[in-house]
Ligand binder design. Structure first.
Ligand code: B12
Ligand code: SF4
Length: 547
């Protein structure tokens, strides 16, 4: 078969982060596709065009995070209208499989490795079975080298992405990672990671791992090998594993680590406790967080602080407090997001149960748009405060004032800061993201006609229809997968995992699933849920309430 893998361009607002990084998922999918098939990759966010009239395609495989879902479905529908077979996969189709099945011949739930050969075999004989879900997680020691040969190196500054491990033992309420990759770390053999980096021939490396410092023995071995290569790398890490281990941090710096993304999330301890994020960083007060950041600075590592606004204890002053903290601590880079209840997360369940989610139009789940009603601030304050945070943080005087602390990589620091600055200002020009704004901004014409009704109604309706048409169990009472706006969290946590943490997670999600099934059966269909949501009056921030 002639197979084309596609990375949809979600929208231009995501700017720097979404636009430069190549898709590791598609490179890996191409690598695990037997060589009897002819494979190509289209990365829309890097400028490749999607062409539905291309006769040289038999099967299209599309990846999607939630923010990409709308565009992914458009592409899928376009290819299916042209008579091609379409398979959807990635985090969003995995948590919303029945919704995704409305636009595809098959949906892969979870990791592709365990099921991909079966999908291809069934597609070849014309007998695709709808949903494919592996019985266990992928064995990372068997991962083949990614197919980087399928697209040209775009620029000497572009990042080469590599994955050393999957999984995360924590379960922060807003995060999709754990339910997707499991609560147990799985590592690739160090020699395979190093061989891949060497073969890549790139100087700038991006470790995709949720926590590159996850295991001390593993990262010691990895960093010692990396030290022998002339590479510069960035990764994600938790504060206690880095700051609490200066010796390891020194090795990381010597191996080429120039920047670490650290999910600080919030400076408010009660938010950290409520979301479970305290477990990963183990520091809670601004003073402790500041001290940890200084340890990273002492090792010449630029800190990129990940901060989320809109938690239940965030009041209108949260933006000023955070701005001062980041400035006082000369934090080099910042990534600011409005809290987003991604489908499948505990946060989604909680906010949905409280009728606080204001839209199920996934294209608005971009981390910049307020898609729920916050508690102590208004949705407008959340959206505007988050936007202004980025613009203010990346103002030219501020970038220059923190140069001294981040002087060890002056060129990279300045180049990335100004790129982020540009990215924040691009967002500034698109105050409210709408699908039509998207097409206008990107200069691209929509390839499928606009559907009737709001995006909310369409998504809700299609999810319900999908269940009826494709899920043989959909008419059974209490089948929550058929009618809930979000599929169950446990749907692809593999029961075969034997770690205690995984068992605890499973019983935890099972409990909640039971609760959800009852709730969904009681309320009936998705449309009922949306009516329930819409009839809930908008909450007002306490400061605006009449006293
Ligand atoms: C790298 C990464 C990025 C990169 C993306 C690079 C790229 N172009 O691919 C950057 C930094 C740009 C990024 C940005 C964002 N990200 Co991000 N990112 C990740 C991260 C850390 C790793 C993803 C990865 O590449 N893994 C390695 C590959 C091999 O694994 P994989 O993608 O899971 O693919 C496997 C399966 O999913 C499946 N599969 C995937 N696609 C397909 C397709 C088919 C056809 C099939 C059959 C199977 C299949 O098979 C693959 C092999 O097993 C994940 C965290 C995580 N643990 O997953 C978050 C994550 C995916 N990101 C997330 C988010 C929210 C974002 C942002 C929206 C944040 C923001 N507000 O800006 C932006 C959106 C950017 C955009 N697209 O425009 C969320 C997604 C949640 C959701 N429900 O959508 C995640 C899960 C993080 C989290 N903690 O919740 N991200
Ligand atoms: S520690 Fe990071 S990757 Fe793990 S659950 Fe929390 S936010 Fe997600």
């Amino acid at each position: 078969m002639r197979i084309r893998f596609i990375y949809p361009d979600p929208n231009p607002r995501v700017g720097l982060s979404g636009r430069k990084v190549e898709s590791a998922a598609l490179q890996l999918l191409a690598a695990i596709t037997p060589s009897t098939h002819d494979v190509s990759i289209v990365q829309e966010h890097l400028g490749d065009a999607v062409r539905f009239d291309d006769a040289n395609v038999d099967l299209v495989g599309i990846t999607a995070m939630t923010i990409q879902a709308r565009r992914a479905y458009e592409i899928a529908d376009g290819y299916r209208s042209a008579g091609k077979t379409v398979v959807l996969g990635g985090i969003h189709p995995s948590v919303q499989p029945n919704e995704a099945l409305q636009h595809a011949d098959a949906v892969v739930v979870g990791e592709a490795e365990p099921v991909w050969s079966q999908v291809l075999a069934d597609a070849t004989t014309g007998h695709l079975r709808g949903l494919y879900r592996g019985k266990e997680y992928a064995d990372l020691s068997q991962l083949p080298p990614y197919r980087r040969d399928l697209f040209p190196k775009r620029s000497s500054f572009s990042l080469g992405s590599v994955q050393a491990a999957r999984g995360c033992p924590y379960d922060c309420s807003f995060c999709s990672a754990t339910l997707f990759t499991g609560r147990k770390y799985r590592f690739r053999p160090v020699e395979n990671v190093i061989a891949e980096i060497k073969a890549m021939g790139r100087r700038f490396i991006f470790f995709l791992d949720d926590n590159i410092f996850a295991s001390e023995p593993y990262c010691r071995a990895l960093f010692s090998e990396l030290k022998k290569l002339d590479v510069i790398w960035v990764g994600q890490a938790s504060l206690h594993l880095t700051a609490g281990n200066p010796d390891l941090l020194e090795l990381a710096a010597k191996s080429g680590c120039f920047s670490l993304f650290v999910g600080i999330e919030s400076l408010n301890e009660s938010n950290l406790r409520a979301t479970g994020s305290l477990a990963k960083n183990k520091v809670s007060t601004p003073e402790e967080i500041g001290r940890s950041i200084r340890v990273l600075h002492d090792h010449d590592i630029i800190v990129m602080a990940g901060v989320i606004f809109g938690f239940d204890d965030d009041d209108p002053d949260v933006f000023d407090r955070t701005r001062e903290f980041l400035f006082d601590n000369r934090v080099g880079h910042g990534s600011f997001s409005a809290l987003t209840p991604f489908p499948g997360t505990k946060l989604f369940e909680a906010l949905h149960a409280q009728s606080r989610i204001t839209t199920y139009d996934w294209s608005k789940y971009d981390g910049a748009t307020a898609v729920f009603v916050p508690k102590l601030i208004t949705a407008e304050q959340l959206q505007e405060g988050t936007r202004r945070m980025g613009v203010n943080f990346y103002s030219t005087p501020k970038i220059l004032r923190r140069l001294w602390t981040n002087r060890h990589h002056p060129f990279i620091y300045l180049a990335t800061s100004f790129a982020w600055r540009h990215s924040c200002r691009v967002e500034n020009h698109v105050p409210f993201f709408t699908p039509s704004g998207y097409w206008k901004e990107s200069g691209r014409k929509s390839t499928v006609p606009e559907l009737e009704g709001s995006a909310d109604q369409r998504l809700l309706a299609s999810a319900g229809r999908g269940a009826e048409q494709r899920n043989p169990d959909s008419d059974k009472p209490g089948t929550s997968e058929a009618s809930a706006p979000c599929q169950e969290r446990q749907s692809f946590i593999h029961a075969s995992e034997d770690s205690n943490a995984e068992e605890e997670a499973l019983s935890d999600v099972r409990g909640r699933v039971l609760e959800r099934s009852t709730r969904v059966t009681a309320t009936g269909t998705l449309m009922d849920l949306s009516t329930e949501r819409r009839s809930t009056p908008q909450r007002t921030a306490p400061s605006q309430r009449p006293r």
